[in-house]
Write a protein that binds this ligand. Structure first.
Ligand code: LLP
Length: 410
């Protein structure tokens, strides 16, 4: 537990991956998403080690995706999980083998299903019986490997907006609906597994085990319906990460060991996991520049970004750390209300301890922003989306270019 758990692994005195943050700000401007590439590679390797070679590890593209990220996944021998035609196109453009792509989503258009079938993706996760019927019809005899998304009541210990099972969640099927979907398997559409994703940012490994046991019972009772009697059992993602210096850190082995243990004695079942946040969240920081300061008590400090580059504080009351780059060595002992530049009061990055003399022009970083920040960025108030820079070994490169006002005008 500590600030170092929240920061990228290769952070040292205002440098990330050997690149000085002030140099990056000069080169690319602010706000700027900076990702520590070696941190990402390390998390991918840690998952593979913890879950073992027998487990399929698929990265949830929704957390953060681009061609450079697909390339990293290829190097680390990972699969990817996508939920839209755009994520699928990026995975393919990034050179990921189609058979290592899992297509998810409670809404898949006919066009998206057609593309997934024609490129031959590894798995399509069917969300309801009607979708199964549509899939069989679109496949028209072409082979498709499907999994069933189940919705099982498991109390997830997370914000209600990122809980994805139970009667309040629109995802997946009850056992009866899943049976109705199985009854529609036809032609070359074959069943390969079951899937559940309970929620995101979960810190109690028991919850994953409860979910696994629930879908395991479902699958074992219907083993004959699965191709070759082999079952892929995908427990989704949701592995929690620290955002604040005093947040607990749950090592990935604490999730992996009980899940693998629960499957021992069940031959012919392969575990699959789909982490997103746990791979990239702590690899990333957003670099901001302070623009104005107002008031004496808990002063407002306004920065040059906000809800458009990271909507998580406004959406989920997510809390983050902040550190001054310009005044790195000074005590961070004065409470500021750090706000963004958007025209609404909800545009608050949080109450942050910073040096008392923090002033307009200072550079600040917000760590823990590698997941679901760039991925959820918008162009609210017609701000162009900002670039993502990968850093490693003192080198920096553009992973996602920023947008320009000309592009916005178009
Ligand atoms: N697999 C499926 C089917 C999912 O729906 C998700 C996340 C994941 C894997 C990856 O979950 P992770 O390991 O990243 O927790 N925008 C929210 C997060 C929503 C995640 C929804 N599904 C946030 O910013 O917290």
């Amino acid at each position: 537990m500590g600030l170092s758990d929240v920061l990228p692994d290769n952070w040292e005195a205002n440098t990330v991956g050997g690149c000085a943050l002030s140099d990056l700000a000069d080169a690319y401007g602010t706000p700027l998403y900076v990702m520590d590439e070696r941190h990402v590679l390390d998390r991918l390797a840690t998952f593979r080690r913890a879950f073992g070679a027998q487990t399929v590890t698929a990265y949830a593209a929704k957390a953060f995706f681009c061609i450079a990220m697909a390339d990293i996944l290829n190097r680390a021998d990972w699969w990817v999980d996508v939920v839209s035609g755009g994520e699928l196109a990026t995975a393919l453009a990034g050179g990921l083998a189609p058979e290592r792509i899992i297509v998810h989503g409670n809404v898949k258009t006919d066009e998206e299903l057609e593309t997934a079938i024609s490129v031959g993706v590894g798995r399509i996760v069917v969300d309801d019986p009607a979708e199964m019927a549509r899939l069989v019809s679109i496949a028209a005899g072409r082979p498709v490997r499907v999994m069933l998304r189940l919705n099982v009541e498991v109390g997830a210990d997370t914000h209600q907006k990122i809980r994805t099972t139970g009667s309040e969640a629109q995802f997946g099927m009850t056992d009866a609906e899943a049976d109705a979907a199985i009854a529609q398997l036809a032609d070359a559409v074959s069943l390969h597994g079951v899937h559940i994703h309970i929620g995101s940012q979960l810190r109690n490994p028991d919850v994953h085990v409860m979910a696994l046991k629930a879908v395991l019972t479902f699958a074992e009772r219907r083993r004959d319906s699965f191709a070759g009697n082999q079952i892929d059992l995908d427990v989704g993602g949701g592995f929690g990460v620290p955002y604040l210096a005093d947040d607990p850190v749950v090592p990935i082995e604490r999730f992996a060991e009980p899940l693998l243990e629960a499957l021992s004695g069940h031959p012919g079942i392969r575990l699959m996991v789909e982490p997103g946040r746990a791979i990239v969240a702590n690899a990333g920081v957003i670099l901001y520049r302070a623009v104005s300061r107002k008031g004496a008590d808990r002063p407002f400090l306004a920065v040059d970004g906000g809800i458009s580059d990271n909507p998580r504080p406004a959406l989920y009351d997510a809390r983050y750390e902040m550190r001054s780059v310009s005044r790195f060595d000074q005590p961070h002992d004065t409470m500021f209300r750090v706000v963004g530049r958007h025209c609404e009061t909800s545009d608050r990055l949080g109450e942050m301890l910073l040096p008392g003399d923090t002033a307009p022009g200072d550079l600040l970083i917000m760590p823990g922003t590698g997941a679901y920040a760039h991925a959820m960025a918008s162009r609210y108030n017609m701000l162009p989306r900002r670039p993502v820079i990968f850093v490693a070994d003192g080198q920096h490169r553009i992973a996602v270019p920023g947008e320009t006002n000309d592009e916005l005008v178009r």
